[in-house]
Design a protein around this ligand. Structure first.
Ligand SMILES: NC(=O)C1=CN([C@@H]2O[C@H](COP(=O)(O)OP(=O)(O)OC[C@H]3O[C@@H](n4cnc5c(N)ncnc54)[C@H](OP(=O)(O)O)[C@@H]3O)[C@@H](O)[C@H]2O)C=CC1
Ligand SMILES: Nc1nc(O)c(N)c(N[C@@H]2O[C@H](COP(=O)(O)O)[C@@H](O)[C@H]2O)n1
Length: 271
């Protein structure tokens, strides 16, 4: 039996105004929550490829509560390879953890332009899918012929590859077209998505042309420095019309909440 976490509705009260709502506009885009855990020096991990636990017990439980409140959970291929993540929700009472079916289990979404993530039945995400404790992933890729055995394994557990649209203004670097991806998620029936990381994915979403797609930000800050060489969230430098450097992004409607030794920062992106 894997771990079971709990996070009560009263503990979750401070999050309420930052959680997904059904959007009233006609955009047909999911509610996007940007959420990750960071060190004091803005690192997500000690070094590329190194799984690093930053969240304490209570903030980890909060992350799993957030997973239960979203239809999908999105990461980049760098994270899939580094972490072999489960990407399910292990909160007491959700599907597979005290109730039948997969209610409360988000759909894992992986951005893997080249289809370079190799996985098998023993990968944690598939272990959970096999046990009825999580869903198989949808993998966005520009690779038109991903490995046949990967396609087969995904199909077996209800996952799939989905063609990834690249930003038409940056085809050379194959940067993803976030709006097109989110529209596709909506069409797939996913009306809320939490973007967990890693750093490249977050930095890309925080670029000026993308950040308006973010509806809410919930960041766990752990009281430690990881040191140089970590995997750092730091979006591209931004300048105004005169060429002066300005902040890359600002939060508004800010709320700070302590959970154990960590602090959780909630906000929305300032337009
Ligand atoms: N503390 C936390 O909350 C979290 C920590 N992490 C940590 O973060 C680290 C991974 O971060 P990182 O190495 O940055 O990897 P990412 O998970 O951000 O994945 C990076 C890859 O995703 C693809 N990608 C990223 N941005 C784009 C884009 N705009 N367009 C198209 N493809 C894109 C690229 O794939 P390709 O190169 O194939 O083109 C790129 O190499 C891991 O160590 C993990 O443990 C991750 C999530 C949360
Ligand atoms: N909230 C949070 N805190 C940390 O300290 C982390 N390292 C992460 N990482 C993210 O969670 C994924 C692992 O999830 P599973 O426990 O395997 O389900 C990892 O891949 C990152 O996306 N998050």
């Amino acid at each position: 039996m894997s771990e079971v976490l709990s996070f009560s509705e009263s503990e979750a009260r401070f999050l309420e105004t930052y959680l997904p709502i059904e959007k009233k506009d006609a955009s047909k885009l999911p509610f996007v929550t940007l959420t990750f855990a960071t060190s004091l020096d803005s690192s997500l991990a000690l070094a590329p490829g190194v799984r690093t636990q930053l969240s304490g017990a209570q903030s980890k439980a909060m992350t799993h509560y957030l997973r239960s409140r979203h239809d999908a959970i999105l990461i980049g291929v760098g994270t899939a390879i580094a972490d072999d993540p489960g990407l399910n929700c292990r909160i007491d009472g959700v599907g597979g953890y005290g109730s039948d079916g997969l209610d409360g289990q988000p759909r894992p979404i992986i951005i893997d332009p080249s289809a370079r993530w190799t996985f098998n039945e023993q990968s944690r995400i598939f272990t959970f899918a096999k046990e009825g404790r999580g869903r198989a992933p949808y993998i966005f890729t520009t690779n038109s012929s991903p490995p046949a055995e990967s396609v087969e394994l995904l199909q077996k557990y209800g996952g799939k590859y989905i063609p990834l649209k690249v930003d038409p203004t940056d085809v050379e670097h194959r940067r993803l077209d976030w709006k097109a991806l989110l529209e596709r998620l909506w069409q797939e029936g996913h009306h809320s998505v939490m973007v967990e990381g890693g750093a490249s994915i977050i930095n890309s979403l925080l670029e000026p042309q993308n950040q308006a797609l973010i509806d809410s930000v919930i960041i766990t800050i752990a009281p430690r420095w990881l040191g140089q060489g970590g995997v750092v969230v730091s979006p591209k430098r931004r300048t105004d019309q005169s060429g002066a450097v300005i902040p890359a992004s600002l939060l508004q409607q800010v709320r700070w909440h302590q959970l154990g030794e960590d602090v959780v920062l909630c906000g929305t992106i300032s337009p």
